[in-house]
Ligand binder design. Structure first.
Ligand SMILES: C[S@@+](CC[C@H](N)C(=O)[O-])C[C@H]1O[C@@H](n2cnc3c(N)ncnc32)[C@H](O)[C@@H]1O
Length: 552
């Protein structure tokens, strides 16, 4: 079931509520409601918790007030604090805020000169009362209403000054640094949205085709290779594809990539076609004869790949990597870049498999449970995938395992494959919240076990090490909502921002003399490239490297 966050339009509080608690809160609406009656009606509704304890929380966070009470009266002891991920421009002495939370329309809020002067005084220390002494209560409260509102979320009110938290960041209430990028929800008229986990499609995301190929990678599902699709200083002036093939040729001498060499490559799930383009161009530059096939599920992306690889020896085949005939065999190299997270995964519980009882795993129930699971159970048995340490519930990356089985037949003896995705060696798949749709990470330990059982020799690396990314550099940090707002702010100044791995100098270069961070554009954050680049966390991406031994 979906979770609901209640946002306070004046204080900026964010309260997570289950639907039944929200329904309880809604019961207080109206002038003649008696709290005792509402509590009595709900006396046993919340298990151990009494309804009165929730009323206390509602009062504390200003969700309940006495009818007719003016909450503006309570403001003056509070300290206004600037939120994180604000986007503003300052032109001719006045500020304009841009916000685009979640899928909501862009909100553009222009301040007057007087309002801008109030904003400039906000330092996380002065109380609203102090500001009111200089600017008057009506002007200050109007500004709070404007900027704390859920459509903007540029301002929060804190009971304590920020200096109090200087060496105690962990004590800061989360609402002061969080934002709420979710769709609006009206309990009276809207049906409850599905929970994040329920939105996860075990059949894989790309089965409904993509409508706009470029927007897909700029807004919905950015990949590391997309951020490095143009030459990048962190890759010594090269693209992701160029660096990748360079690393693979140094690792695997058997790839005949020198002058006069011949290489046959299959890419599974080619995105916009940039990896294919840059790998092929780099190989052809060495004088290598390249045959490059892409197997792609989405017709829209396949069309884009044809466009972006035009003139190169790249052929695109449409089909599902788990069911379609593979376009060829005897491949020297298979590349699957950031796509196995899109393949089928299966969710299981301990109860289904007789696990987690007092005496540990019940072997008979476990075996019997596996037999009811179809392909997932078959593969666990066949490859002896250890799942005794699984949390409850847990996911298995069954689609990725099937892909590895299929690759065995497509790769020539002595040939190789690289599969990259976000995930960990020992962590069960977790749903990522970075993308617009829930996607699972990969349990690389289990994937490795399957690959070895199939017959491959395996290796495991951080992608950023494989491509020798310069980790010391700083890059522009964004969230999805912030990126949309920043794009709109820059567009108003004739600057086109796209989803690319901007380093600080690159971003300053993009701005030219039109805007200056901190002066006429805010708030711009840079982070270490390995920790955050645009919305991605590069150190989360790993590569499984496979070699099919020559003896096969
Ligand atoms: C996240 S994108 C990665 C694209 C590209 N490799 C990159 O690095 O930017 C996943 C790609 O895999 C494709 N894909 C997803 N499921 C697939 C399947 N079952 N068979 C073939 N392609 C698939 C998608 O359409 C998309 O092109």
């Amino acid at each position: 079931m979906g979770e609901i966050y209640v946002y306070h339009d004046l204080f900026g509080y964010i309260l997570k509520m289950s639907p039944d608690i929200l329904a309880f809160l809604e019961r207080f609406e109206g002038d003649r409601v008696l709290p005792e009656e509402v509590c009595r009606d709900n006396a046993n509704a919340f298990g151990e918790m009494t309804p009165e304890s929730f009323v206390g929380i509602f009062l504390q966070f200003g969700c309940l007030i006495i009818p007719g009470y003016d909450q503006l009266k309570d403001l003056w002891d509070y300290i206004p604090v600037r939120s994180r991920w604000n986007v503003w421009t300052r032109v001719g002495g006045t500020l304009t805020f841009y916000a685009a939370w979640g899928e909501r329309e862009l909100a553009k809020v222009a301040l007057t000169e007087a309002e801008t002067a109030i904003w400039d005084r906000i330092d996380g220390e002065a109380k609203l009362d102090d500001l009111a002494a200089d600017f008057g209560k009506p002007a200050v409260s109007e500004l709070v209403k404007k900027l704390a509102h859920n459509s903007v979320q540029a301002l929060k009110l804190s009971a304590l000054p920020m200096s109090f938290y200087k060496h105690k960041q962990h004590m800061k209430p989360p609402y002061l640094t969080s934002t709420m990028p979710y769709a609006p929800y009206d309990a009276k008229t809207d049906t409850l949205p599905p929970g994040f986990e329920d939105m996860f499609s075990p059949e894989g995301y790309y089965r409904h085709d993509v409508s706009d190929a470029d927007a897909q990678f700029d807004h919905q599902e950015t990949t590391l290779s997309h951020l490095f699709r143009r030459p990048h200083p962190a890759l010594r002036g090269r693209t992701y594809g160029e660096t990748l093939i360079d690393a693979l040729k140094r690792r695997w001498a058997s790839l005949e990539v020198g002058s006069g060499g011949k290489v046959k490559i299959l890419e599974i799930g080619g995105g916009l076609g940039w990896v294919a383009r840059h790998v092929t161009e780099a190989l052809e530059k060495f004088g290598t004869e390249v045959t490059y096939h892409i197997l792609e599920l989405s017709p829209t992306l396949a069309a884009k790949q044809r466009e972006n690889t035009a003139g190169l020896s790249v052929t695109i085949f449409e089909g599902d990597a788990l069911t379609a005939d593979l376009p060829g065999d005897d491949y020297d190299l298979v590349i699957s870049n950031e796509m196995i997270g899109d393949l089928t995964a299966i969710k299981l519980t301990h109860a289904q498999l007789g696990m987690g009882g007092e005496e540990g795993i019940d072997d008979d129930a476990f075996e019997a449970g596996l037999d009811t699971l179809g392909i997932a159970g078959e593969l666990v048995k066949k490859h002896t995938v250890p799942i005794g340490d699984a949390p409850d519930p847990f996911y298995l990356n069954v689609g990725a395992w099937q892909l590895i089985e299929r690759l065995w037949g497509a790769i020539k003896p002595g040939g190789h494959a690289i599969l990259t995705e976000f995930g960990e060696l020992g962590r069960y798949p977790v749903l990522s919240t970075q993308l617009d749709h829930p996607e699972l990470s990969i349990h690389f330990g289990q994937l490795t076990i399957v690959a070895r059982s199939v017959g491959f020799e395996t290796d495991y690396e951080f992608v950023m090490d494989l491509i020798d990314m310069n980790r010391e550099m700083k890059g522009l940090a964004t969230t999805r909502s912030y990126f949309r707002a920043l794009t709109a702010a820059l567009a108003d100044h004739d600057i086109a921002l796209d989803k690319f791995g901007y380093t600080k100098p690159m971003f300053l270069n993009l701005l030219g003399d039109k805007l200056r961070p901190g002066k006429t554009l805010g708030e711009i954050e840079y982070d270490n490239l390995e920790d955050r680049l645009m919305g991605l966390v590069p150190h989360e991406f790993k590569a499984l490297l496979l070699t099919k031994p020559l003896s096969h």
